[in-house]
Design a protein around this ligand. Structure first.
Ligand code: NDP
Length: 397
């Protein structure tokens, strides 16, 4: 049916490309373009069902990207590189005339500041060009927005309280490792906490608010309130929301390592001089930490991510919990990657598939909850991320 150009060749890209190849009726030609071509070649080696090509590209450079688009003529560009590349890739999409999808909002390299304003500013230009940009199409952001849209469409007249709960109850048997790009991960977790209540954003000290929450098939896990980017679009798109929060589980061992990393300055994102060379400590740390893409082999346990929602239906208060559990071992067996890459790569593929099929296309720049959730929910069940619903249970929050 069409040609897709995937930028980046990390854990998420590995899963998305393998899943695209399993949907060969939709994705007939794939190009993987990334900074280190060998990594793209490694993904391509396993793909038999569809035509795959690989290229080297520096996605910070618009002209390089446009040249690549002119060569391959993609129907969609799927950005699975880092958030720093979002704007240059969107610029290149506009310059060439192709639609866009990503899984994480833009951040400048020198400032960890998660907000959609930079990308939302492209709305008119995408609209005028008749191109679609789908933002944040991983799991969180991504499926959590689709879950909320589905709840709003089918189960509530008014969503009032939203708690997104993200539990990784897996064990990779390493003293310390991050489940996706360490630089992005550590920047995200060490920022101040933030949640939305009664029309205002309220800040908390990093990871200072926490409580145990029970996760299906997992049990109780200490869960920490932190800011997560989908909160920004969800409270805008569902103005009846009175409070929106995001919770993530962390083990004590992880938090102790994180504290040491912060105390010794290894999480700094500003350049320092080392032996006459400028290095950014957090980027150096990334180079010595385990590669998230290689964690899969010994990873046991599962993730459990969902939305706990309270609101009104026909004038009555009700609660709703929609979630997916994903086993690291099953994800690894199917794609060679652990569940965090899997739960991000599969939704990216689904968003791309719905775009290709004409189900998720509309000119402009959109967050996932602004599209019809139904075909996406159906695909989740069919593509390895089945979801479950609980009605009128104690949400604990
Ligand atoms: P990785 O670090 O494993 O992969 C990133 C890839 O992008 C690497 O192949 C890297 O190249 C490439 N890349 C980086 N800079 C450039 C550049 N300038 N030009 C071209 N290629 C570049 O990350 P992940 O696969 O773990 O994550 C990918 C994305 O998914 C990230 O944006 C992350 O924030 C997002 N994510 C979203 C989640 C969600 O649920 N929404 C959850 C998890 C991740 P090289 O190999 O040379 O370093």
């Amino acid at each position: 049916m069409g040609k897709v150009l995937v930028i980046g060749a990390g854990g998420v890209s590995t899963v998305a490309v393998k899943k695209m190849a399993m949907n060969a009726d939709v994705f007939t030609d794939i190009m993987i373009a990334t900074r280190t071509k060998e990594k793209a070649d490694k993904i391509a080696e396993d793909i038999k069902a569809v035509n795959v090509q690989t290229r080297q590209v520096n996605a910070d450079h618009v002209a390089e990207l446009v040249a690549l688009f002119n060569e391959f003529k993609p129907d969609l560009v799927v950005n699975l590189a880092l958030p720093y590349q979002d704007l240059s890739i969107m610029d290149a999409c506009l310059a060439y005339g192709v639609s866009y999808l990503d899984t994480a909002n833009y951040e400048p390299l020198d400032e960890a500041k998660y907000q959609y304003s930079w990308q939302w500013a492209y709305k008119e230009r995408f609209e005028q060009a008749g191109l679609t940009a789908i933002l944040g199409c991983g799991f969180d952001p991504g499926v959590t927005g689709v879950f909320t849209a589905y709840a709003d469409k089918h189960h509530f007249d008014e969503i009032q309280y939203l708690d997104i709960v993200d539990c990784n109850a897996g064990d990779h048997h390493k003293a310390f490792a991050t489940n996706f790009n360490p630089e992005i991960n550590i920047r995200e977790i060490t920022q101040r906490g933030k949640y939305y209540e009664n029309g205002e954003w309220k800040e908390t000290d990093p990871l200072s608010v926490h409580q145990p929450l029970n996760y299906p098939h997992v049990g109780p896990k200490e869960s920490y309130l932190m800011y997560h980017e989908e909160l920004e679009s969800l409270v805008k798109n569902y103005p009846t929301i009175k409070r929106a929060r995001f919770w993530m589980t962390f083990g004590q061992e992880y938090l102790t390592h994180l504290r040491v990393i912060q105390n010794i300055g290894m999480d700094r994102i500003d350049p320092i001089l080392f032996n006459g060379v400028e290095i950014v400590p957090i980027q150096f740390l990334k180079a010595v930490l385990p590669n998230p893409g290689d964690l899969g082999e010994n990873y046991t346990g599962e993730t459990s991510i969902g939305c706990r929602i309270r609101g009104l239906k026909a004038g009555k208060e009700q609660t709703y919990y929609v979630y997916n559990n994903c086993s690291h071992e099953v994800a690894y067996k199917e794609t060679g990657a652990q569940a965090v890459s899997y739960t991000t790569g599969v939704p990216a593929m689904i968003g791309a598939k719905l775009f290709m099929k004409g189900l998720w296309t509309k000119p402009g720049v959109w967050n996932v909850e602004e599209f019809d959730p139904d075909p996406f929910m159906k695909e989740l069940n069919e593509q390895g991320l089945p979801w479950h619903e609980l009605f009128n249970v104690d949400l604990e929050l």
